[in-house]
Design a protein around this ligand. Structure first.
Ligand SMILES: [Zn+2]
Ligand SMILES: [Zn+2]
Length: 337
């Protein structure tokens, strides 16, 4: 099969043997999302696990083969959940494979992923798609969409509450949609006026534009102008010290800060900033299979959508990633093998 592999720190289009994994299903890839994480591989921040490693952790396609007794069959349209847990630890047994204590790998991170004509995955990782959910949408929901659902669940959001979403990139726009669908009032924080319309289209009721660390000092006051008592939740996708601190200070009583995005910055805050309002900080990484199922269901109901910028063939993976790096992509690029 044709695949895009990491070779000597760069991308190469190559012929690989078709995947076969004992007891696993094989999926014909129809769309694979191009995510910022792939740039980390190219930049050497994340070393590839082996030579000729196939990138791509946001995958959707058609089942080509499935083991006996699987819930999916050849021909089924599916999204691929990319975590492979041990299946046996407390977290796997309670449906939280993404925090498995003995993970068996992750497609597109430590096992071959979806920048290829085919990918192997455990059959139980394949979630069937409704007819009205496209492969492109399903692929992107398999990363940012499920992450947004997971973060909202961890924050325990409730109807009528107010949330700040700091950062309106791929994940931020998904978080806005999920929170709006859950009945929250959403205040988005963007770094430029140009991004405000996207946040509003995604369901934010207000957009605060803040450019740079100093501007964030005004966030608690701006939020109180809009909410009175402060926000119930702060979803952090930016992750600098200034943004995290400003977000926590924008919370009302018993508010929750949810850390998703991060940089090299440390979070430094005086405990009194948390104690007096009984605020809490929770953190969120990726998502469970159940969260992906919810994201797919929301998409089928028209409550979650994905803006696809451009669909590229495998040969043009380099272009897709170069445009992402240049911040030219509106929504997401996908590869369509
Ligand atoms: Zn991703
Ligand atoms: Zn496990």
């Amino acid at each position: 099969m044709k695949a895009v592999v990491m070779r000597d720190g760069a991308l190469a289009v190559s012929e690989l043997p078709d995947p076969s994994a004992e007891g696993w299903a094989v999926v014909e890839v129809k769309a694979a999302g191009v995510c910022g994480s792939e740039l980390h591989f190219l930049d050497g921040m994340i070393p590839p696990p082996f030579a000729d490693f196939v990138l791509g952790h946001e995958i959707a396609g058609v089942v080509r083969s499935a083991p006996e007794g699987a819930a999916v069959a050849p021909g089924d349209r599916v999204a691929v959940y990319n975590f492979v847990g041990c299946g046996d630890c407390h977290w796997c047994r309670t449906g939280h494979e993404s925090i498995c204590t003995d993970p068996q790998g992750q497609l597109g991170w430590s096992r071959n992923g979806g920048y290829a004509e085919q990918v192997a995955a455990p059959a139980s990782n394949l979630l069937k798609l409704a007819d009205n959910v496209s492969f492109e949408t399903a692929a992107v929901l398999s990363c940012s969409g499920m992450t947004a659902v997971h973060a909202a669940r961890l924050a325990d959001v409730q109807l009528g509450q107010t949330a700040i979403v700091d950062g309106v990139g791929g994940v931020g726009l998904m978080v806005i949609q999920v929170l709006a669908a859950a009945g929250l009032k959403v205040i988005a924080v963007a770094d430029s006026d140009a991004k405000a319309p996207l946040a509003l289209e995604s369901g934010a009721s207000d957009v605060i534009v803040l450019d740079g660390a100093e501007a964030y000092e005004s966030l608690p006051e701006r939020v109180r102008e809009l909410t009175g008592a402060g926000a119930d939740h702060f979803f952090e996708l930016v992750g600098t010290e200034a943004t995290m601190r400003a977000g926590i200070r924008s919370l009302g009583r018993r508010g929750t800060a949810v850390l998703i995005g991060y940089t090299e910055d440390e979070l430094k805050i005086h405990p009194i900033d948390l104690i007096l309002s009984e605020a809490r900080i929770v953190s969120s990484v990726a998502a469970s299979r159940h969260d992906l199922q919810t994201a797919l269901d929301l998409a089928a109901e028209g409550k979650l959508s994905v803006a696809i910028d451009t669909a590229y063939p495998l040969d043009e993976a380099e272009t897709a990633l170069a445009r992402l790096r240049a911040r030219e992509v509106r929504g997401r690029n996908v590869l369509v093998p």
